[in-house]
Design a protein around this ligand. Structure first.
Ligand code: GLN
Ligand code: ZN
Length: 750
């Protein structure tokens, strides 16, 4: 008997084949048929991987050419008006990426992952019609290969919960418009085959929802599961409230995450009573560590004290989309470390082995032994444990910098002497392909360190000269030596590992390759000082040092799971505090500690927010705890919604915070005034995501909007974010306009 279940599988391909063919297609270098051929090949390969691993419940419709939420919009005919004249792939990709006439649909993060989905745009007056062709084709494609799949769908409640209403109003008002389409779809599915299992992903059930939304659950699944075999899957947290409703509907199974939602254990009793199947997510779909088989088995045994064993399916905690594909291409990693890891393909075997052992005690002996050994080797490895790090982190007495803001800012202003509305940038300047090639060549030891440094330093020379010419007041070195704001630090910190092929889809064809933290973190030597010091030596103006903060480093890495995240974060903070000290001792007077991912690390459940905030703030403060009163600390955050978290931002106690507000006027700045925020603020005055150069007038208008909310003494003027992805010409023109706008506003204010 089989009793295992995979929620979903990555689609980008083990060699990122999908990425490559899509980008060729977009560049008009191949036909759409060729894209479809590659897609078919990938689907077939992915199904076979799962089948050969002994997985019983394999999905179709988890594949997508861009994103499953976009697929759902397409399926429901939820097409924004500006695209309504388009068809087929032209329509599909235009919604995702925009075209000459129309801007793309918005894209946003999928819960607390780094995957991004295309936000549906709905409206009461739109007519929705079903197009089930993609999903039916995919099901039949698998069937032809002899694999009877379950069909994955985004559940209607999650779909609506993630949508926006272009005509204002609540998306859930549209439930009765889209439910009939889902019912029609289920009817079509029933006509395909008997007994097809339909999986509805409803991760929104793990959030704290309004009672009104909970009340829709029974209504919806009474209808959807009336004549179909339905599994409702939740993940990333517990979904206790929704489970209470779902057990009273005719669904066949409930999927719960026991990795990130331990409180799901409280739901076992009602699941038992309902007699439903339980898909128990116990293999982590979001991290890369080998499962601990014995521990998983213990959890399953525990669960089976309540829910009957024959009703339990052993599954992944969520879709395996969030982990890299397969370890087989990791050739450079030390075999010791590699043996601790498990990517999507390896997780299939884990799910299979655990599921078999759960049924019959005397199978998979060999696999269990190997798993035990691997986990023991990780537990005991000297690569992981560093006594010095622990003793330092545990005996830390200085947790924050000296002096109150009011006192510090007086000293800083007198030393630094910057004017009101001081101009600066967020750190990176446009990266040229020469730069990227040089970094790569250096990594592969194709050029010497001296040659490498020379190229970087000449970039810094030009960058500094350009900023002086533009007339900016606080300069940056431009970050030429950094490929990525986390990887750059990870590469220099002990305790960090890197993969060769650990790509994870971020959006569409874009993938990221997060580094992973496997051991105690420490800094062997200064990481940024040489570059910043060099840049400072090239100008009399103030050079801002540039670091990535502990919470962002943590949130953009795969993190070890053997100690709490808060401990890892603290270790990073301590390492960074030494860097801050070295920078100020080298004469750097302003240091920016970026926390781009501070907000995205927020827990999904309200009840966990306090805890996150307390250590996230603690660690930011530790990272700057050695800053002297006269050293000005900046931080930068890539978003603008601070209404819920303003007190936490305040508590971080940075002297200056630069934020992303250009697209929202001064609306979102008002909260800073409302709470009497004292520290200085640099709200972005133009959007850096587009190559368009904003005019002086436009920027002036934006600055005046800011001045309606905060006094000039409290404001800095800067772009929204780093300029890395922009071109030289547009960057220079935009910054010249920004500086000119400030000059004019200053005259008007004088
Ligand atoms: N200092 C970084 C840069 O300018 C900040 C980037 C970010 O916050 N995403 O590139
Ligand atoms: Zn940013």
């Amino acid at each position: 008997m089989s009793n295992n279940y995979v929620v979903g599988f990555p689609r980008i391909g083990e060699q990122r084949e999908l990425k490559k063919i899509l980008e060729e297609f977009w560049a008009k270098k191949c036909s759409f048929n060729e894209v479809k051929e590659v897609a078919s090949k990938l689907k077939k390969r992915h199904w076979n991987y799962q089948k050969n691993a002994g997985i019983e419940h394999i999905s179709s419709n988890d594949f997508s050419l861009y994103d499953n939420i976009l697929d759902t919009s397409y399926m429901l005919g939820a097409i924004p008006k500006r695209f309504s004249h388009l068809k087929n792939e032209d329509l599909y990709f235009a919604m995702a990426r925009g075209n000459k006439e129309a801007t793309a649909c918005e894209m946003t993060k999928w819960f607390n992952t780094n995957y991004h989905y295309i936000v549906p745009e709905l409206s009461l007056e739109d007519k929705y019609t079903l197009d089930a062709s993609k999903l039916i084709e995919e099901y039949l494609e698998a069937k032809k290969l002899g694999i009877k799949t379950k069909i994955n769908l985004i559940g209607p409640i999650t779909y609506l919960g993630l949508s926006k209403r272009v005509d204002g109003g609540d998306c859930y008002e549209l439930l009765n418009k889209i439910l009939p389409l889902y019912e029609e779809l289920l009817k079509k599915i029933r006509e395909l085959d008997d007994d097809i299992l339909v999986q509805f992903d409803e991760p929104i059930f793990v959030k704290n929802l309004d009672d009104k939304v909970y009340s829709l659950i029974k209504y919806t699944y009474d209808k959807l599961a009336k004549n179909s075999k339905v599994a409702v899957i939740t993940y990333f947290e517990h979904s206790k409230e929704a489970t209470n409703m779902l057990v009273h509907t005719p669904i066949w199974a409930i999927g719960l995450d026991f990795i990130y939602g331990k409180k799901n254990l409280d739901s076992l009793e009602i699941i038992k009573k309902s007699g439903k199947k339980l898909i128990a997510g116990i293999v982590d779909g979001r991290n890369i560590w080998k499962n601990d088989f014995q521990m998983s088995l213990n959890i399953l045994d525990d669960i089976s004290k309540t829910v009957k064993k024959e009703n339990i399916l052993v599954g992944s905690s969520c879709s395996l989309l969030h982990v890299p594909f397969s370890l087989k291409y990791e050739e450079k990693m030390s075999s010791e470390v590699k043996n601790w890891l498990s990517y999507a393909v390896e997780k299939l075997d884990e799910i299979f082995n655990i599921s078999q052992k759960f049924l019959e005690k005397d199978v998979c002996q060999k696999e269990f032994e190997a798993n035990y050994k691997a986990n023991q080797s990780r537990k005991n490895s000297i690569l992981i444990h560093d006594k010095d790090v622990l003793s330092r982190v545990n005996s830390l007495t200085i947790l924050q910098r000296d002096g109150l803001f009011e006192e510090r800012i007086k000293i800083q202003k007198s030393i630094l002497g910057y004017a009101d509305l001081a101009t600066t940038t967020i750190g990176s300047f446009p990266q040229t392909s020469e730069l990227r090639l040089t970094r790569r060549a250096f990594k592969k030891s194709l050029i010497t360190q001296e040659d490498y440094k020379e190229v970087m330093k000449s970039y810094i020379d030009e960058c500094v000269a350009m900023q002086e010419e533009i007339g900016l007041e606080v300069l940056v070195h431009g970050e030429p030596e950094r490929n990525d704001m986390v990887e750059y630090f990870g590469e220099q910190l002990k305790g960090y590992g890197f993969s060769q092929n650990g790509w994870v889809q971020s959006y569409g064809s874009r993938c990221v390759k997060p580094p992973f933290i496997y051991g105690d973190i420490s800094r062997a030597k200064p990481m940024t000082v040489e570059w910043i010091e060099y840049a400072q030596s090239k100008t009399k103006k103030i050079m801002k040092g540039m670091l990535t903060g502990p919470v962002t480093i943590l949130n953009w890495s795969f993190v070890r799971d053997d100690i709490p995240r808060s401990e890892v974060s603290k270790q990073i903070a301590v390492a960074l505090s030494d860097e801050v000290d070295d920078l100020q001792n080298a004469g750097i007077k302003i240091i920016q500690v970026d926390e781009a991912a501070f907000k995205e690390g927020y827990p999904l459940r309200l009840e966990n927010i306090k805890e996150y905030e307390s250590w996230a703030v603690r660690d930011f403060k530790i990272s700057v705890s050695k800053a002297k009163k006269q050293t000005q600390i900046h931080t930068h955050m890539c978003y603008s919604e601070f209404n819920d978290i303003i007190e936490t931002i305040e508590a971080m106690d940075a002297d200056v915070i630069t934020i992303e507000t250009a697209r929202s006027g001064n609306e979102l700045l008002k909260i800073f005034k409302k709470v009497g925020y004292k520290q200085e603020v640099g709200p972005g005055v133009y959007d850096i995501h587009s190559p368009r150069v904003p005019s002086v007038q436009e920027i002036k208008k934006q600055i005046k909007l800011l001045l309606e909310v905060l006094p000039k003494e409290q404001l800095w003027i800067n772009p929204d974010c780093g300029l890395k992805t922009r071109k030289d010409k547009e960057t220079k023109e935009a910054l010249i306009n920004m500086v000119e706008a400030v000059r004019q506003v200053r005259i008007e204010l004088a």
